[in-house]
Design a protein around this ligand. Structure first.
Ligand SMILES: [Zn+2]
Length: 398
């Protein structure tokens, strides 16, 4: 058992017992041999067997009823705007709806759907800082949104990136969605961003919607952004030969999105597997885009890749959890002592032909979400969006 004694003051804890399958999020060891997790103060403080933990007055106890537990899912690619509203599809409550699909963390690839989004440099910076603050302060149903991702424009200088970083901006929006579409300028600005600790993502493939642009492998390799955003297109993918070249020619993140080309996603997975580099694969939805919001988009990507991509389902879950956490330097996404206590409890859907949850995902079925937990706090019980789980966790005390 792993336990952090220092983090176990008299503080009430959350203890989740009777976990039937513990998915770690770690691609090197995707399944943990344990059935109990303890959290204190929103952090994981113990991982082990039920007999190793004592409950004290005030502790909350959950019986997982043999369901699977995974780190809360991370959507590596969303376009939030303001609050829980998207003007792109004029929809309210889309983030909360994704929580019912097991997503507890979202990464902004740019707040590009904001009506009247400023494109002058002062406006770009002011809007990015505002978006960073808004989403730091506002968490719909507890979902963590890493927002404030400016889209680079011609005329930006190194000082702009230093200023953004000092103001708390940690991400660039998709390179290529602004006026900078050439490799040389993108490379210079991406390097400035990196110098000041700002992570970068580049748009890949054809235009997503009118006004978006085409970015091919030469621009992507020249720009050298940290994440090759939707390498499977959004939706229009590059030719397979270019995707293969991107996988082989650099070590950057390979992001696959739901609002992309599914065949190209599977091609990317096969190439990454052949290179022994599945640790580079991360998942997003690109919601809300022309294809809209998919509350179950990350689960659908896991089922697609496990069902048709020749990847073990427990490994596919790592693409939506630990791989993203490591690549994006997040404190969640892995079942490890000290990490954020963000979890999703799952079981096979009722009447799935699969033997168990993982087997059902291997057959391409979506699992049922029975509970979500963020920072050690239960946020939702049975999902209103997934097919109903066969078994459901139960809150016993607290
Ligand atoms: Zn894009």
């Amino acid at each position: 058992m792993a336990q952090d004694e220092a983090a176990r003051p008299d503080h009430p804890s959350l203890i989740i017992r009777n976990i039937g399958l513990l998915l770690s999020g770690d691609i090197n060891a995707p399944i943990l041999d344990a059935d109990t997790i303890e959290t204190t103060g929103g952090r994981i403080t113990g991982i082990g067997r039920a007999r190793d933990f004592e409950t004290r007055p005030g502790d909350q106890v959950i019986d997982a009823k043999s369901c699977a537990l995974a780190p809360g899912l991370i959507d590596s690619h969303v376009h939030p705007v303001a609050g829980d509203w998207t003007p792109r599809q004029n929809q309210l409550g889309w983030i909360e709806s994704c929580l019912h699909g097991g997503v507890t963390t979202m990464i902004s690839a740019g707040e590009v759907h904001m009506p009247g989004r400023p494109k002058d440099i002062a406006g770009v910076k002011a809007f990015a800082i505002t978006a960073q603050r808004i989403f730091q302060n506002f968490r719909p149903s507890g979902v963590k949104i890493h927002g404030g991702a400016p889209v680079i424009e011609h005329g930006m200088v190194e000082e702009d990136f230093r200023e953004l970083a000092e103001a708390g901006v940690k991400l660039l929006g998709e390179v290529g969605l602004g006026s900078v579409k050439d490799g040389r300028t993108a490379r210079e600005m991406v390097a400035w961003a990196r110098k000041y600790g700002i992570q970068s993502t580049i748009h890949t493939g054809g235009p997503s919607i009118p006004g978006s642009g085409m970015i091919d492998k030469d621009v992507i390799l020249a720009a050298d952004a940290d994440i090759i955003g939707h390498i499977n297109g959004g939706h229009t993918a590059l030719p397979d030969s270019q995707i293969t070249c991107l996988c082989e020619s650099c070590g950057r993140g390979l992001e696959l999105v739901h609002n992309g080309n599914e065949r190209a996603a599977l091609h990317t997975v096969r190439v990454a597997a052949g290179l022994g580099q599945l640790d580079r694969v991360i998942l997003g939805t690109d919601a809300p885009a022309g294809s809209g919001v998919q509350p179950l988009g990350i689960l659908r990507m896991v089922a697609l890749i496990a069902g048709l991509g020749g990847v073990a389902p427990e490994t596919a879950f790592c693409f939506a959890t630990g791989n993203t956490a490591r690549m994006r330097d997040l404190d969640c996404g892995l079942i490890e002592i000290g990490r954020a206590a963000d979890f999703v409890l799952l079981d096979k859907a009722q009447h799935s032909a699969g033997r168990d949850m993982l087997d059902s995902v291997r057959l391409g079925d979506l699992p049922g979400v029975g509970m979500t937990i963020i920072d050690g706090v239960v946020r939702t019980l049975r999902s209103r969006n997934t097919p109903p789980a066969t078994r459901l966790p139960e809150i016993l005390a607290g």
